[in-house]
Design a protein around this ligand. Structure first.
Ligand SMILES: Nc1ncnc2c1ncn2[C@@H]1O[C@H](COP(=O)(O)OP(=O)(O)OP(=O)(O)O)[C@@H](O)[C@H]1O
Ligand SMILES: [Mg+2]
Length: 391
């Protein structure tokens, strides 16, 4: 079996960590060698299992390993050499100490290095399934859009810089004392770059990676999940399930909760309508905190029953490219997007699609270079872009 990666995400406090833990446990119980990784710097995975976890995977139950990724360690592993060189340059320029340190971090960097770690385990062959306990939605989206943004950057900047420096090194060392990077720095950068490329490849493959959204039957939580669904699709991530957590169970008869039940009922209907094309799983509000392997297993059984928590959940690919009567049509699911939120434009052989605050660039395949965009339309949550006849 090829590795599967399930990203568990949702708004803060909805039960992501608990659902990720229960899902991973169910996956191991179904016979898959499973790793559950927390990329949320505010780790609580160990608390959910009530065990100690570290940066290296630790066995929690038969076939189940857990890790809380230490981003500092990952940063040193991947970024150390590059950082040292940049420090030298900054020092030469009169910037040092804390100030320099601050120059050397970019937003989302921790999360990016956490993803490189997930990539490493995914390719190790040691696991059939990796369940990722993500940070709350906003950070996760930033994280998932990073490989896209960074590889765009690296593809354009890195090769040129390396060429220029190769040519300039003899000159530079003669006329200035500017510390010129050794080849080792470029090798380190290349390692990071190819790591990012690999992450992108894994995450962009809907056969490998899918997102599972956790919501509560509450208006703001559901609204955010819908936006998340849109943005995930934009970056090519399929959603393979929605877990509706903390549903008031039928047997609660206290009149105090009867109004809550009515409110929840209407939100459950909203979820059913909004995510009609995705499996929805309901999970009751338990009468205790769901901590420890025993309780998580109870939760997992109620959540998945006899279903395989990994193999029985597949996301549809949000993209499709089709030939239609001499035209090529690129179709992309952007559920819940408004026409007003959406902007599509082309620059050279790149196509840009912007939805709300997120922008994605697509490098068009050669076959589309010589075609003009003939039209774009948004209907039923699907954006279709038509490329006309070859000119
Ligand atoms: N269905 C449930 N019934 C009872 N308790 C639950 C349920 N789901 C989650 N909990 C409890 O709610 C608390 C918060 O859950 P959890 O830590 O999984 O949320 P989270 O979405 O990961 O939060 P954060 O955004 O802070 O990472 C935990 O104590 C957990 O045991
Ligand atoms: Mg959590």
């Amino acid at each position: 079996m090829a590795v599967r990666i399930v990203l568990v995400t949702g708004k803060g406090g909805v039960g992501k960590t608990t659902v990720a833990a229960a899902t991973a446990l169910a996956s191991a119980d179904a016979g898959h060698r499973t790793l559950v990784s927390s990329t949320d710097p505010a780790h609580s995975l160990a608390d959910a299992f009530d065990v100690e976890l570290a940066d290296d995977p630790t066995e929690i139950a038969p076939g189940l390993f857990g890790q809380q990724i230490d981003t500092q360690r990952q940063l040193d592993r991947y970024w150390g050499t590059i950082r040292d060189q940049l420090m030298n340059v900054l020092d030469w320029g009169g910037v040092s100490g804390l100030e320099a340190e601050e120059f050397l971090v970019f937003p989302g960097m921790d999360e990016l290095f956490a993803l490189l770690e997930v990539n490493r385990h995914a390719r190790s062959g040691a696991y059939d399934a990796i369940v990722v306990d993500c940070a709350p939605t906003a950070e996760t989206l930033r994280l998932l859009s990073l490989p896209e943004v960074l590889s765009w950057y690296f593809e354009r900047i890195l090769p040129t810089e390396r060429r220029i420096l190769r040519a300039a090194r003899p000159l530079l060392t003669r006329v200035t004392d500017l510390p010129v990077p050794e080849e080792g720095v470029f090798d380190a950068a290349t390692t990071v770059f190819s790591g990012i490329e690999q992450v992108k490849e894994l995450l962009a493959d809907p056969e490998v990676t899918s997102a599972r959204l956790v919501v509560n039957p509450e208006k703001m939580v559901i609204d955010e999940a819908r936006r998340t669904y849109t943005y995930l699709s934009l970056f090519g991530y399929g959603v393979d399930g929605v877990v509706v957590n903390r549903v008031l169970p039928e047997q609660v008869s206290d009149p105090y909760f009867s109004r809550w039940r009515t409110i929840q009922k209407s939100h459950l209907d909203t979820v059913d309508a909004a995510f009609a094309d995705v499996p929805r799983l309901r999970l009751r509000l338990f009468d205790e905190e769901m901590v420890g392997v025993g309780r998580l297993r109870t939760m997992a059984e109620e959540l998945y029953g006899d279903a395989d928590p990994v193999l029985d959940f597949r996301a549809r690919n949000p993209f499709r490219v089709e030939d239609r009567d001499g035209e090529v049509v690129l179709e992309m699911a952007v559920p819940f997007a408004d026409k007003g939120d959406l902007d599509v434009y082309r620059h050279g052989n790149e196509l840009f699609i912007q939805v709300g605050p997120y922008r994605r660039s697509f490098l068009l395949p050669d076959s589309l270079h010589r075609r003009q965009v003939a039209g774009a339309k948004l209907a039923d949550g699907v954006l279709s872009i038509r490329f006309g006849e070859v000119t």
